[in-house]
Structure formats: C-alpha cells, structure tokens
Design a protein around this ligand. Structure first.
Ligand SMILES: O=C(O)COP(=O)(O)O
Ligand SMILES: [Mg+2]
Length: 220
C-alpha cells in the first residue's frame, strides 16, 4: 500500500473564523486615521490575497493615499498579530478532524496567505500549531497563492502527494496551478459563486472531511 497523502490546509475561512479580528484591526487603523470603520461584509470581501492587498483595498475604500501602504500594512499587521485570537474561533469539528487525519497517518501542512508571525500567533493561541509539520505563509516565499510555489513547498516538505483543503477561489486556483486535488470548505470566505471554481469535493462541517480524504486518497 502506498503512503497516505498529506493533507494541506488553508487558514482564514477554512480552519478559523478570523473575520472579527481582521475587521477589528482594520477598523482600529481607520478610526485612528479619523475615518469611518468598514462593515464585516466589506472586509470579508477584501480577505484572501494576503495582508498588504487587504490593507490596499481598505485604503482605496476610504480614500487613503496609496503611498502609505508600507506604513499602514506594518501597523495593521503588528496590531492584528497582537490581537489575532481575541475573537477568532476554530470552526466546529476542526480539532476532531485534524486529530483523526493525523492518527490515520496523513502528514498535515498549512498554506496560508496570512503573514507568518500572525499565523503562528493565532495557531498557538488556539492550540492548533502542533498539528502542522510544515507551514508556508503569505510572506514565507516571494510568491503567494494563487501561485503554485507555496503549495508545492509544503507538499515537498511533507514528502508525499498532497490534497489541498481551502475556502476560496484563490485556493481553488492554487490547487489547479499546483495540479493537486482540491476540497472546498463551503462555509468560509468564498467571494465568487461556487459554479465558477473547480473542486473535487466539498463539505460544510469538518465531521465530513476524514471520509472525503479517505475517498480522494485512493485517487492520488
Ligand atoms: O490572509 C489572507 O488574505 C487569507 O488567508 P488564507 O490564505 O489563510 O485564507
Ligand atoms: Mg482562506
């Protein structure tokens, strides 16, 4: 029997409902600038392409001069990292599914566009850090998702074929570019209709994930 494939996870909107803390950090910056805060729905639509892109979208929405991107990204990043687990919760069933997959012998990895320091802070605060043998974040490599390199880097570090589990069109495109099967968590931060993306399977509760991985493992 061949070795079980690795299972590689996206973070925001897949393992974590992190929107409240991302929105709060963005709005602390806006309020400090004397500007109106943004709604959760608006901020949700800005998440998925990494922190600098998020901040550039926030700045555009509130008319802040683009020349301040470096300064404001650094400020939001530091503030968010210090408060990354204030309101953020793990989606129901995540710990059970990760435990089960690890026990079965699947190596587990993480491939996120969130900056590395914030990723580690939130994973440790929510007792998820020890599950992952390889973590590639939004600032780990010159490329970020949807480029295939971050996903390939995690897969290569884990030393097996891989299955990617994510919530967004960015993740679907990354899996396609990396030529890896993609499992969609359908209750995350997807910004396009499901019909516009390609996935091998989908689920709405993590209790269903180990069964899906068992099926796909026969194909990879
Ligand atoms: O930080 C982001 O923009 C998105 O993070 P994710 O890749 O974990 O969904
Ligand atoms: Mg995501």
């Amino acid at each position: 029997m061949s070795a079980l494939p690795s299972v590689i996870f996206d973070l925001d909107g897949t393992l974590l409902d992190s929107l409240p803390d991302i929105q709060a950090a963005v709005n602390r910056m806006l309020v400090a600038e004397g500007l109106e805060p943004l709604s959760a729905a608006t901020v949700r639509g800005f998440i998925g392409d990494g922190l600098p892109v998020l901040v550039s979208r926030v700045m555009a929405a509130r008319g802040i001069d683009a020349s301040r991107l470096g300064e404001l990204s650094a400020r939001v990043g530091a503030d968010y990292t210090a408060h990354a687990a204030d309101q953020t919760v793990v989606f129901p069933g995540v710990i059970g599914a990760l435990s089960q997959l690890r026990e079965l012998g699947h190596p587990l990895g993480l491939c996120t566009n969130k900056p590395y320091n914030a990723t580690v802070a939130v994973l440790k605060a929510l007792s998820l850090f020890d599950f992952f043998s390889s973590i590639i974040a939004g600032d780990s490599l010159p490329q970020r998702k949807p480029a295939p390199e971050p996903l390939h880097a995690v897969r290569d570090a884990l030393g097996r074929s891989g299955i990617f589990v994510g919530d967004s069109e960015v993740d679907a495109a990354t899996a396609g570019a990396a030529q890896m099967p993609f499992v969609l968590f359908a209750d995350g931060f997807l910004r396009v209709p499901k019909s516009e993306i390609t996935f091998n399977a989908e689920f709405e509760h993590f209790d269903a994930l180990p069964g899906i991985i068992a099926q796909l493992s026969r194909l990879v």
